[in-house]
Design a protein around this ligand. Sequence first.
Ligand code: FEO
Length: 621
Amino acid sequence: MRCTKKIKDDLFWVGINDRRLAMFEGVYSVANGVSYNSYLLTDEKTVLFDTVDKSGEQRFFENIAFTLGGRKLDYLIVQHMEPDHCACLGELIIRFPDVKIVCNLKSLELIKQFFDLDFNFEKNIVIVKENDTLNTGKHTLRFIMAPMVHWPEVIVTYDSLDGILFSADAFGTFGALNGALFADEVDIKKDYIDEFRRYYANIAGKYGDQVQSLLRKASALKINMICPLHGFVWRDNFSYIIEKYSLWSSYTPEEKGVMIAYASVYGNTENASEILSCRLRDMGIKTAMFDVSVTPASFIVASCFRWSHLVFASTTYNAGIFITMEDLINDLVSHNIQNRTVAIIENGSWAATSGSLIREKLANRENIKILDNTLSIKSSLKKEQLPQIEAIVNAIAADFKDNVKPVSSPPNEVKTASVNIDPAAMFKLTYGLFVLTAKDNDKDNGCIINTVTQITASPLRIAIAVNKANFTHDMILKTKAFNVSVLSETAPFSIFQRFGFTSGKDNDKFKESGYEDRAANGIRYISGHANCVISANVVNSYDYGTHTLFTADVAQSFILSNEKSLTYQFYFDNIKPKPQAPKETKKGYVCKICGYVHEGELPDDFICPLCKHGAEDFELI
Ligand code: FEO
């Protein structure tokens, strides 16, 4: 039995709904189904706009037969050749062998690819280009090319009599139509906008420039109604959905707030994420949280298109990013995510790498600012690390100055930090880089530190700050003696790998190092790439959470060379290897007229082999 809806006296919805489909395009879960819209115009000529998915073929043809009421079908306009809209094209031609197919050259190519048809293409195909028109009696239909919204052949159609834009995939949504056809019959803002966003971000999110191009073309039209291929027909309040499209396609956050996605095997990364989220909420900052192993990526990608700040918290797995988090990050990169501030939390019980790998993947994205404050957890969050969470919270809160509530103290351990503290200010201080060495009986060890300063000249006293996670720290606590080798600008990266990237607990960091020299205190120092050595004896030690501050009297000091002392800045600019540039992706241009795709650079005198338009009618994909 047919099931159609009347839109105007001579325009009908003849589509179908599908609530049995589990995964749209095989990847996007659609728990609320999906509609495949098709429209039939019964003017002096009859015109069908697209067909539907194969799953609804029988009902679709019942709908067409009923609406035609015995008339023949004159035209099929093919706006989009993806099979959710064209699957019934072959059967349609069998049933209506005289129908004329109106499409562009790219669609014709795809029709021949998808179907093995016995059809007189010369006689029954009408090829259209940008702004070509088709008169059907009272109505004149104008064709507007919309390549890559979402395939290269896409066209949209404007009915100038009624001001109707048949918009193909644009302005659509996941979700079956439950009896209502018009957007104003339901509560879009409350019940549907999340699915509009999820549909947009995942289907067209990669093609922001092309969607912007369509929006520009649409802005020149007087639109009274929008008829998309999925979801509701819009007959008023267009500005709401057009503004959303304008934000999404320019990768502009819809709202200020923080999306937190975490990958946690045993709940400890989740715990750190929860604490972070609680602290942000304490400040009145909106948050959304997702367990990437539970929530399908399409929902999280959509959330990333919504919020201004993104936090990725991932455990390390097989020496890399946790599987589901890596999939999400790759998905976001594929969908061209831009213009966001990102914070990273990593966890690793013995060799945490997930944070730096996530950073590498996102580092070269356009306008992605990655906060320096990375929290690295070893197995589970420790009390001493709460200030690091506060540092991330404060760095994020600095972007919400006008929105944050006065800071409330976190329970128990953490000192209140003012939102006016910008942690980035700490990076304006100048730091050197030093190898700190110690000796405990037969054990020689060393680590990299960046904080050594002279406190007084008489007595000649210095202070060093050492992370408690370093084995050298424990040795100095016990032996109360150390050497500082001041690294020079000639220091190779291998010194940092040797003393900074491994633990002396299990390794002999000096093995095959060539650093055999010892100061008068018997402790080794670094010759060759250090310009001086300072030996000192601990006077006092102060516990500062993650670090111990040692004050120590200088017992010996001597110059090794006149090379310049190495600064932290010099190290980052000249010694630390830069993240690998992403593999070069193929450049391509698409013809705005017919959708032909040209790979590689486009010469100025290029002529489209299909429609013969020049290079000025191509745009970068
Ligand atoms: Fe609804 Fe791009 O197909």
